[in-house]
Design a protein around this ligand. Structure first.
Ligand SMILES: *[C@@H]1O[C@H](CO)[C@@H](O)[C@H](O)[C@H]1NC(C)=O
Ligand SMILES: *[C@@H]1O[C@H](CO)[C@@H](O)[C@H](O)[C@H]1NC(C)=O
Ligand SMILES: *[C@@H]1O[C@H](CO)[C@@H](O)[C@H](O)[C@H]1NC(C)=O
Ligand SMILES: *[C@@H]1O[C@H](CO)[C@@H](O)[C@H](O)[C@H]1NC(C)=O
Ligand SMILES: *[C@@H]1O[C@H](CO)[C@@H](O)[C@H](O)[C@H]1NC(C)=O
Ligand SMILES: *[C@@H]1O[C@H](CO)[C@@H](O)[C@H](O)[C@H]1NC(C)=O
Ligand SMILES: *[C@@H]1O[C@H](CO)[C@@H](O)[C@H](O)[C@H]1NC(C)=O
Length: 342
C-alpha cells in the first residue's frame, strides 16, 4: 500500500518534491495496562491497551510529559510519541481468556499522501504540532457501518500461499502466519486544534481514506499514519475449529469492529519536519528507516529498544497468560450487541 501511494505521486511527475516516508518499527510494548491518557485522562481506562513508544506514558500526559521519557521501544530516539491499541485475547470454550502474543512488535507507517493539485498550489505536508493527539476507530462499535471510519480498521489474515483481501472484523478462519490488525489514521487536519472533545473532529479522512482529497474544513495535510500490529492467533489453531471465531478484544468485542488506535505526538519537531522534507527518506529507500539520513544519528538497536523499561502498572489485574476474566468490566459482546455500561 505504501508503495502504491508513492508510485501514484511519481505518475503525476512530482518526484522532484520531497516525499520522505518510512516504517517506524517498535519492539515490545512499553505498557500493557488499563490506561488511556486521551480517552480517560487521570483515571483508569475502561479496557486494556497495548502501548508502544516513550516510557513517560502515563494516565494523564501532555507533550511536555512525553519529553521526560528516558527511552522508547520504537526505533527513533527523537520520537517519544506513544502509539496504542486494544489487546487481543483468545476466548476458550471453558470461559477463560488467554493473551495473544504480538509477533514482531508493531510497525507505524509514516507516509505522504498529497494530491498533485495541492502540490501545484505550493502546499506541503506538515509535521505533527506539539500537543497533537488523535484517535482512529470506535471502541463502542459492534455493528458494521459502511463508513470511512470503519473501513480504516482492517484485519489481514496472513496465510502462506494465499493472498486474502482484508477482513472488516475478526475472520472466522485460521490465519497460519498470524492476524495483522491495521489502523489507518485521518491525515487531513483543521490546522488549528491539536485535539477535540471526541479526539477525532479536528482531523478527517481524505476522500479515499488513505489517499484523495482533503475536505475544505480540514485542509492541512499531516503524515498519513498506519499502525500494523500482528497477533500470533496461530498459537491457538489446535484449540479451535475452522469456521469459529474465538478471539476478542480487551473491551470484550468478539466482532473486532471496535478495534482502534491512539496517537499522542512526542516527536522532536525539527527532526520530523526534516525527515518529511528529506529525499533521502523517500521512495528509493522503500520505507527502510535505516537509509534515511535524517534519522541515522538517532536510530536505536533492537537491544536498546528492548532495554527500555516498561512503565509501572497502575492496576494489579492479571493480563498475561490464562486469565479468568478480561481486565475491567468487559463482558464478551457479539455483532449488534449493546455495549455494557458497567
Ligand atoms: C528519567 O531519568 C531521570 C534521571 O535518572 C529520572 O529522574 C526520571 O524519573 C526518569 N523518567 C522516566 C519517565 O523514567
Ligand atoms: C512545556 O514546556 C515549555 C518549555 O519548557 C514551556 O514553555 C511550556 O509552558 C510547557 N507547557 C506546559 C503545558 O506545561
Ligand atoms: C480452560 O482453557 C485454558 C486455555 O485453553 C486452559 O489453560 C485451562 O486449563 C482451561 N481450564 C479448565 C478448567 O479446563
Ligand atoms: C464465515 O464468514 C463468512 C463471511 O464473512 C460467512 O459467509 C460464512 O458463513 C462464515 N462461516 C461460518 C462457519 O460461520
Ligand atoms: C519543508 O518543505 C516545505 C515546502 O515543501 C517548506 O514550507 C518547509 O519550510 C520545509 N521545512 C524545512 C524544515 O525545511
Ligand atoms: C537530508 O538530510 C541530511 C542529513 O540530515 C542532510 O545532510 C541533507 O542536506 C538533507 N537533504 C535535504 C535535501 O534536505
Ligand atoms: C507473559 O507470559 C509469558 C509466559 O506465559 C512470558 O513468556 C512473558 O514474558 C509474559 N509477558 C509479560 C509482559 O509479562
Amino acid at each position: 500500500m505504501a508503495i502504491k501511494g508513492i508510485l501514484s505521486l511519481l505518475a503525476f511527475g512530482f518526484s522532484h518534491q520531497a516525499a520522505g516516508w518510512w516504517i517506524l518499527g517498535c519492539d515490545k510494548p512499553v505498557s500493557i495496562d488499563r490506561v488511556d491518557p486521551i480517552a480517560s485522562p487521570g483515571k483508569l481506562s475502561h479496557h486494556l491497551h497495548t502501548v508502544m513508544g516513550g516510557n513517560a506514558f502515563d494516565w494523564a500526559m501532555d507533550f511536555n510529559t512525553t519529553q521526560t521519557a528516558n527511552c522508547t521501544t520504537c526505533i527513533v530516539s527523537k520520537d517519544l510519541s506513544n502509539y496504542w491499541v486494544p489487546t487481543v485475547y483468545f476466548h476458550d470454550k471453558n470461559g477463560s481468556f488467554v493473551s495473544v502474543k504480538q509477533t514482531g512488535g508493531a510497525n507505524v507507517y509514516y507516509q505522504q499522501r498529497i494530491d498533485h493539485t495541492e502540490l501545484e498550489a505550493g502546499k506541503s505536508i506538515q509535521a505533527f504540532p506539539k500537543g497533537f493527539r488523535m484517535v482512529a476507530g470506535d471502541a463502542n462499535a459492534r455493528t458494521w457501518t459502511d463508513t470511512r471510519e470503519h473501513k480504516a480498521i482492517q484485519f489481514a489474515c496472513l496465510a502462506p500461499g494465499e493472498s486474502l483481501p482484508t477482513f472488516q472484523g475478526f475472520p472466522n478462519r485460521t490465519c497460519d502466519s498470524g492476524l495483522r490488525l491495521q489502523v489507518l489514521f485521518p491525515s487531513c487536519w483543521d490546522g488549528v486544534n491539536t485535539d477535540s472533545d471526541d479526539h477525532r473532529s479536528h482531523v478527517a479522512y481524505p476522500s479515499s481514506i488513505d489517499n484523495g482529497f482533503c475536505p475544505d474544513t480540514h485542509p492541512v495535510r499531516l503524515m498519513f499514519l498506519m499502525y500494523e500490529v500482528t497477533w500470533a492467533v496461530d498459537d491457538f489453531n489446535h484449540l479451535r475449529t475452522d469456521g469459529d471465531q474465538p478471539f476478542v478484544l480487551s473491551n470484550g468485542d468478539a466482532t473486532g469492529y471496535s478495534y482502534h488506535g491512539d496517537f499522542l505526538n512526542g516527536w522532536d519537531t525539527d527532526v520530523l519536519t526534516n525527515a518529511i522534507n528529506n529525499t533521502s527518506c523517500g521512495d528509493s529507500t522503500r520505507g527502510d528507516i535505516h537509509l534515511c539520513e535524517v534519522f541515522k544519528p538517532y536510530l536505536l538497536t533492537d537491544g536498546q529498544q528492548n532495554q527500555c523499561k516498561s512503565v509501572p502498572r497502575k492496576t494489579r489485574e492479571p493480563v498475561n497468560g490464562t486469565i479468568a476474566k478480561l481486565p475491567g468490566c468487559n463482558p464478551v459482546t457479539a455483532e449488534g450487541d449493546d455495549v455494557p455500561s458497567c
